[in-house]
Design a protein around this ligand. Structure first.
Ligand code: BG6
Ligand code: MG
Length: 220
């Protein structure tokens, strides 16, 4: 029997931590006198801590020691926000969708650019739902490179073509497509329009729809 995989991004797909990332970067930016708005924050969705800092700096130059110190400071603010996270914060339908997918025999992976992914999963009490967890420590090249998704697919023992990725970030959709995977985009068309299927949250999806996606690819 053919095995299929589902690989989930974390921030914006299973939980909305984007607001915490924004507040943490905003605090750092305010302290350092760098203008930073909610709109600016959209570009940071899905990208690594290092790249987020580069986007925040908008070409301003700082030395490496300062860069490390600022990233550590932003992270300490972010980790502080995570203390307030509870299972209540799991986005609508996500827990049920994960459970249904498991019950249907899909191999389940997590692929998050965040180095805090394990802490977030623990706070949400859902670590046990994943067969493989890929976080910001797993690979060197971050999204839009496909490395993290391929790393997770490899861990699941499922060929990339037989995996469906769930992503809310443009960089994440790009990474999934580069890896040869099917992709469900979560959010506005302007952001995730390149995905094979677009929705506003996992609550809108059924396992049957996923089977249709695989069938369209002549995998079922
Ligand atoms: C991604 C978020 O999941 O993780 C980004 O969408 C974030 O906003 C990135 O910058 C890295 O997170 P962390 O927790 O390692 O700083
Ligand atoms: Mg995301």
């Amino acid at each position: 029997m053919t095995t299929f995989g589902m690989i989930f991004d974390l921030d914006g797909v299973i939980v909305d931590t984007a607001e915490f990332h924004f507040l943490a970067w905003k605090r750092l930016a305010d302290e350092e006198g760098i203008p930073f708005t909610r709109e600016d924050n959209e570009a940071l969705r899905g990208v690594s801590r290092r790249e987020s800092l580069e986007l925040l700096l908008k070409g301003r130059k700082i030395d490496e020691e300062t860069a490390q110190a600022w990233m550590a400071r932003k992270n300490s603010y972010y980790v502080n926000y995570l203390k307030d996270l509870t299972p209540q914060d799991i986005l609508r339908g996500s827990y049920e969708f994960l459970q249904n997918a498991r019950a249907e025999g899909y191999r389940i992976g997590l692929a998050s650019a965040s180095r805090n992914a394990n802490t977030v999963l623990e706070r949400l009490e859902i670590s046990h739902l994943f067969d493989v967890i890929g976080d910001g420590y797993a690979v060197v090249n971050t999204k839009p490179a496909s490395d993290l998704f391929l790393w997770v697919a490899g861990g699941l023992g499922v060929p990339a073509r037989q995996c469906i990725v769930f992503e809310d970030a443009e960089a994440g959709v790009e990474a999934a497509l580069r890896g040869g995977m099917l992709c469900v985009g979560i959010g506005p068309t302007e952001r995730v329009g390149k995905a094979h299927l677009i929705c506003q949250g996992l609550y809108e999806l059924t396992i049957q729809q996923m089977q249709h996606l695989l069938a369209e690819r002549q995998l079922i």
